[in-house]
Structures are given as C-alpha cells and as structure tokens.
Write a protein that binds this ligand. Structure first.
Ligand code: SME
Length: 167
C-alpha cells in the first residue's frame, strides 16, 4: 500500500525534500493521468499542514475546469484571466497571494480561504492547467512553496506528456 510519511517537527523546505521523492514513487509505473493527479492532490493535502484545499484545474475550450482535488466543494469553471487561477494560467506564472481579500477578482470557492498559491502547468509553452492550493491562514505560501510546487508541476507535466492526454 502506498503511504506518505513526513517526519514530525520539520520545516517547510524539509517537508518538500521528504515529499518530492515520495510523490515520484507514488506515480511511477502508472500511466493514467487522472489516477496520478488524484493521488498527488491527496499526498499534498496529507503532507502540507497549512493546506485547506488542493487540486487541479484543466483547460477545456478556453476555460479552467476543476479536476481532482481534496477539500470542500469548489467552483467548477473559471475563465482565463479571472481569479488567482485564471491570472496564473493567463500569465503562465506562479502567483502567490498572502491575503486573498486583497487580490482583485479573487474567486471565493471556500469561504475559509485566506491565502493561496497557483502554479501553472504547460506543454510546449502552452498552459493546459494549474495546481491550486489554499490555506485557512494568512501568508501561508512563500518562495519555498513556489520553488517546490513548481517541481511538482514539472512532475505533473511529465505525467501529462507520458499519458498523451488532451484536454
Ligand atoms: N480562489 C481561486 C478559485 C479556485 S478555489 O480556490 C478552489 C481563484 O481565485 O482562482
């Protein structure tokens, strides 16, 4: 049985160092893209103590449509350029929001959300989705999360290429 184990009392950078190889082994040998990103969302939720919602949105006909996630029910569709997810997808860049109330156009899916990070996923320079993570605390995400979640995004992109999946 697959398990995610993180030692207690470790800091954020250490959590990611322990987590990344486990994420790789969690998905290795499986080509089904949805199965893999489902497990990745569960593993991130389990490993990161400050996370209230974690999941994926994938581009379908010019809109972001919710994919596998962990957390409360979320909005199904987000237009490109709208909210934090739409901004990250439109600009193909990671967006860190310390206080969602101060982000113009932020979309409240989960009323408990206080801070958020969104990392784009791309293939040949074209964005095919985003990894979105919310926290119920202000200022949960910093460049350590940005750097490491971009490593997770590279893993998801390699899985996407492997699976020949199209959205
Ligand atoms: N807050 C996001 C919407 C998605 S939920 O957080 C799951 C946004 O502004 O794009």
């Amino acid at each position: 049985m697959e398990q995610i184990k993180i030692s207690s009392a470790v800091d954020k950078a250490e959590i990611y160092e322990e987590l990344l190889p486990q994420l790789e082994s969690l998905v290795c040998g499986e080509e089904d893209f949805i199965a893999n990103v489902s497990n990745l969302s569960a593993a991130l939720k389990q490993a990161l103590p400050y996370v209230s919602w974690v999941g994926f949105y994938f581009m379908k006909e010019g809109e972001l449509v919710v994919g596998p996630f962990q957390g409360k029910v979320a909005c199904t569709r987000i237009s490109l350029g709208r909210g934090v997810c739409g901004a990250a997808a439109a600009g193909n860049r990671t967006v860190i929001v310390p206080n969602v109330a101060e982000f113009p156009g932020h979309i409240y899916c989960d009323p408990d959300s206080k801070s958020e990070i969104v990392v784009p996923l791309s293939k040949d320079g074209e964005v095919f989705g985003v990894l979105d993570i919310d926290s119920a605390e202000y200022g949960s995400f910093d460049p350590v999360d940005g750097r490491n979640l971009e490593r997770v995004a590279r893993l998801v992109e390699s899985l996407f290429n492997l699976s020949n999946k199209k959205f």
